[in-house]
Design a protein around this ligand. Structure first.
Ligand code: NAD
Length: 250
């Protein structure tokens, strides 16, 4: 179990869901892990990581988290910009407020930008590495339940990742957008809080179930490791077939 031997990975949003499962898997695969979250206590509770409290929507926090990674472990080789929010009041164009739009973009888009702004120079110093930005299947499809700010923010993450992949490819820096389908994590289940709402979503997923954060962590491991050495600029879908089902003509 050493697919990430000698690697130093920084994971944002590591206090819960995908980020936490990825921190545990990366540790098991031999990486040194810097676990970052808005909720410092949540990452401090993960044994074996270097925990950092930070708000990814703040430039100074992102600069500090990268500096801490290099100070603690001597380098940074994997940057997993995974922190994201889905606001309870995110809705359609008419009902979404400017405040909800701005907060969603501050975390989901500016947070990824700052992670890259400060992470890329560190990856360069290390001689290269892998950046994984968590987008979503909605970046490709949109969502049938209105959540306009979230959907638009994930589209931005996807297009930003593609451009970064092209710009930094010759520096031995790979950049991929990881696009999970609907998962059984806190972020989604707080909305799908009745059996009826769950079933309405499950009908569209060919596999007939929600994904697990652990299954996304395994995809992040692939994208972080040398196993994906020729993979960059992708919209790496891990979605139980939902995108294929939507895009297949009836
Ligand atoms: P989660 O809510 O379980 O975890 C997100 C973590 O990010 C939390 O620990 C939270 O404290 C942290 N966070 C929020 N704002 C932050 C900030 N400003 N700075 C630092 N940390 C912050 O959610 P998850 O399901 O694990 O989602 C992780 C990523 O996956 C998100 O980008 C999300 O949009 C994306 N995603 C989730 C699903 C899903 O169905 N759950 C599907 C597709 C994409």
């Amino acid at each position: 179990m050493d697919r990430l031997k000698d690697q130093v990975a920084l994971i944002t949003g590591a206090g819960s869901g995908i980020g936490k499962e990825t921190a545990l898997l990366f540790l098991a695969e031999g990486a040194s892990v810097v676990a970052v979250d808005l909720h410092g206590d949540a990452v401090a509770a993960i044994p074996g990581v270097h925990a950092v409290q930070a708000d990814v929507s703040k430039a100074a926090d992102c600069e500090r988290m990268v500096a801490e990674a290099e100070a603690k472990y001597g380098k940074l080789t994997v940057m997993f910009n995974n922190a994201g929010i889905s606001h309870a009041d995110d809705d359609d164009a008419i009902n979404t407020t400017e405040a909800v739009w701005d907060l969603t973009f501050a975390v989901n888009v500016k947070g990824v930008f700052f992670g890259c702004k400060y992470g890329i120079p560190a990856l360069r110093r290390a001689g290269g590495g892998s950046i994984i930005n968590t987008a979503s299947f909605v970046a490709l499809l949109g969502a049938a339940t209105p959540q306009l700010a979230y959907t638009a923010s994930k589209g931005a993450v996807l297009s930003m990742s593609r451009e970064l992949a092209a710009i930094h490819a010759r520096e031995n820096i790979r950049v991929n957008a990881l696009c999970p389908g609907p998962l059984q994590t806190e972020l989604l289940m707080k909305y799908l809080n009745t059996e009826e709402k769950k079933q309405r979503r499950l009908v569209h997923i060919p596999m007939g179930r929600f994904g697990q954060a652990k299954e996304i962590a395994k995809a992040a491991l692939y994208l972080a490791s040398d196993d994906s050495s020729f993979v960059t600029g992708t919209e790496f879908l891990v979605d139980g077939g939902i995108t294929a089902a939507y895009t297949t003509p009836l």
